[in-house]
Design a binder for this molecule. Sequence first.
Ligand code: ATP
Ligand code: MG
Length: 321
Amino acid sequence: MTPGLRIDSLSLSIRGEDGLTPILDRVSLQVGRGEVQGLAGESGSGKTITGLTVIGLEPPRAEVTGRIWLDGEDLMAITGRSLNAIRGRRVGMVFQDPTTSLHPQLTVGAQLTDHVRYHLGVSRAEALERAQTALDRVGVAGGRETLRRYPHEFSGGQRQRIAIAIALACEPAVLIADEPTTALDVTVQAGVLALIRSLVDSLGLAVLFITHDLGVMSAVADRVAIMRRGRIVENGERAQVFTAPAHPYTRELLASLPGATGGLRSRADLAGIDPFGSGDPTGDPTGDRPADAALVRDRPADDDLAGRESTGDGREEAADA
Ligand SMILES: Nc1ncnc2c1ncn2[C@@H]1O[C@H](COP(=O)(O)OP(=O)(O)OP(=O)(O)O)[C@@H](O)[C@H]1O
Ligand SMILES: [Mg+2]
């Protein structure tokens, strides 16, 4: 059994009116526990589809072949309810825009506890406990008070940290992060990347990190795979891919960076930069935390978080009925 995620010769085509359109062509990747595998490549090359297929969310009318293994278990052999149990529980996913993964009308606490109770079937009290731990883990301060707030009351960086907290709340083996920092300012981005890196090390996560930004890639990935038109054209250690790219397309991508013409970054930087120094990896250089955020509003002194959840959207009653 290989721990972590292994994708073996994954091909995907979408059936349309004019027949099959090939999207992925024999994609193979392996991400061990405690490792970050980067996946880069131009827009439309198939990065997101690869991530979605791992969690069984490939587009309708997709024809898929190949194998996907999670901690040695064959995910392609799993369907229906069992696949739901894997999605979110054993594989977490974070997307570019946290507003797509966070519900605007539910408190952060309700979203975290719903997720945990759905997947783990624990009591409300234990779910609250886990929700709190999840938020602490991603460096969103504020304790129980934070659980009572709504997503719009947080900054973009905090929202992305909350999305990561939800993705990791059930302690999955694998995290798929699809452009998780692309919508953030550079300084906030650095804080979120450092957070992901520290979680990989502390939780032994296997991370598939998708980005088109080779600077971001160099900050977080151990290995870098380059995708083009649905194929992995190169995959290797970060330093090797950035300093001695084997494929002409990788060389093209590197040449298109601003640093390649004497600007911001050099290849050596990409191969070995440590943008966070030795500081607190969960620390946020912008002070991007709820405690000092002007966005945080006062709340009525209502300690009944569970009560709020049950009046939120009726899902709790439905679940308990
Ligand atoms: N639901 C869908 N139905 C049909 N084709 C799709 C669907 N989703 C994506 N595609 C096609 O699959 C290919 C790969 O798309 P994908 O979203 O994986 O690209 P990407 O590498 O993530 O690009 P980007 O960097 O822009 O996010 C594209 O040609 C796209 O048009
Ligand atoms: Mg994409």
